[in-house]
Design a protein around this ligand. Structure first.
Ligand code: ZN
Length: 445
């Protein structure tokens, strides 16, 4: 979330400037210039000298990020910009946006380990986009005059949702993610949302409105309760917007034109330009006339079923599931010590068998398995990730049920799941009946 800013004047501005200006220091520091006039640089502190020794192409990709963002927005709204980056296993991990910097913190080896780099790839581009979308252009309800007035979170589908879309777009355009990695990321988001059982009772707008109660919620029951879906689901929705703009204008315009109009203007020092729902609709209509009010009202209030995949299909791609993990999913499982069987039997587990979440309506949940339980054995053999994966695979050519021995608060029970679909992992594949818009969207400018 953001810190509020009232423009301009006196004590308040000084207070905001102070809150908005994090400082970093450390024994192992590296300052990496990315661009001049104005200065853009990375200020990186790590737990070791080795953690700072990233390959040169990593820095080159962040230099590209500066260039690609400038091309996307057409202007910037800071005097200088600092990526304040902590690489440490001894601090909390998050990204926090400011107008002229971001305070982002990942694992000690977040820049030197390729797997960790893949997992954190989208973080700095996302926080950088916030300088335009969130800090410069800010929802009126989040632009409170002082810290005592409560903020309203109804427009987080723009503040975070559009930032998530543009952040992913810039991650790809700058080369931080390869095109394949960018597609894997989108496939993962789309598959995740397409299996979000809680969509039937909670709409997307409510995930934004309810954020003060939901932000610290545990991972258990995520799928049924819904997590902060105004991030990921709005990646799909803003992709949909981008493809509609392209269709309506026969490819002459895109989300880039919206960004120039909404976030661009004259480069200069920080200022805040507040907006409402109507302002977003009006700006979209200036790019191309369409029923944007109807589009967003439907997107924010509907109950599915399934994810909003209009943008994915419009962009010339479709989601398929097969038994091969993308490098993104494989890395995620390895780094987080988890097993993602969400798309097969609807289970998400830690590698000790403890259940993080189940997906309502899918095989495991339908049998009565739920978060908080622990899988002890699979088909009579002690649980490991490989034993579960092998059993899912073998079940494809067997009529026997998949047997899970599950511990629930000291009690054991065997669940027999009539499942024969094998392992399932999402990918995007081309739909040759349509032009390949997605590759153009993520191509460097
Ligand atoms: Zn954000």
């Amino acid at each position: 979330m953001s810190s509020p800013t009232k423009q301009p004047s006196g004590f308040r501005q000084d207070g905001n400037t102070l809150v908005d200006s994090p400082v970093i220091t450390g024994q192992y520091m590296r300052v990496v210039p990315l661009a001049q006039n104005p200065l853009r640089e990375m200020d990186i502190a790590a737990d070791s000298a080795a953690a700072l020794d990233a390959p040169p192409e990593v820095v080159d990709h962040y230099k590209n990020l500066i260039d690609q963002a400038e091309k996307l927005f057409g202007a910037h709204h800071y005097r200088e910009y600092h990526f304040v980056y902590s690489l440490s296993d001894h601090v909390a991990h998050f990204g926090l946006e400011h107008h002229e910097s971001n305070d982002s913190r990942v694992d000690e080896r977040g820049m030197v380990n390729p797997g960790k780099r893949l997992l954190f790839a989208g973080l700095l581009p996302h926080e950088y986009v916030h300088s335009w979308n969130g800090k410069y252009r800010r929802p009126a309800d989040l632009s409170t005059p002082d810290y005592e007035k409560p903020m309203q979170t109804d427009l987080l589908w723009v503040y975070e949702g559009l930032t998530s879309y543009l952040g992913d777009l810039l991650t790809a355009r700058s080369g931080i993610r390869t095109p394949e990695e960018a597609r894997d990321q989108l496939a993962s988001i789309a598959a995740d949302l397409d299996h979000r059982s809680g969509r039937v009772w909670r709409n997307l707008q409510d995930t934004a409105d309810g954020v003060p109660d939901m932000q610290g919620a545990p991972r258990q029951w995520d799928s049924w309760r819904r997590p902060l879906d105004y991030y990921d689901e709005d990646v799909l929705n803003w992709l949909w917007v981008d493809t509609i703009i392209r269709q309506q204008t026969q490819g002459k315009k895109s989300i880039d034109d919206f960004c120039h109009l909404f976030h661009g203007g004259q480069s200069g020092p920080p200022e805040v330009k507040a907006y409402t729902f109507d302002d977003v609709v009006n700006a979209l209509n200036q790019v191309t006339a369409y029923d944007w009010r109807g589009f967003w009202t439907e997107r924010l209030t509907n109950h599915g079923p399934g994810a909003p995949l209009g943008g994915v299909t419009n962009s010339g791609w479709k989601i398929v599931y097969d038994d091969t993990r993308s490098s993104l999913m494989k890395t995620r499982e390895e780094e987080r010590n988890t097993i993602d069987a969400s798309y097969s039997i609807g289970l998400y587990l830690r590698d000790d068998g403890s259940l993080v979440d189940t997906i309502e309506g899918m095989t495991a949940a339908a049998a009565g398995i739920g978060p908080g339980m622990r899988v002890v054995a699979v088909n009579g053999r002690r649980f490991t990730a490989d034993v579960l994966r092998d059993a899912l695979k073998a079940g494809k050519s067997s009529s026997q049920p998949l047997e899970l021995l599950v511990e629930n608060t000291d009690y054991y029970k065997t669940y027999k799941l009539d499942y024969h679909g094998g392992e399932k992992y999402p990918h995007l594949v081309r739909d040759d009946s349509k032009p390949d818009m997605l590759s153009d969207i993520i191509k460097p400018r």
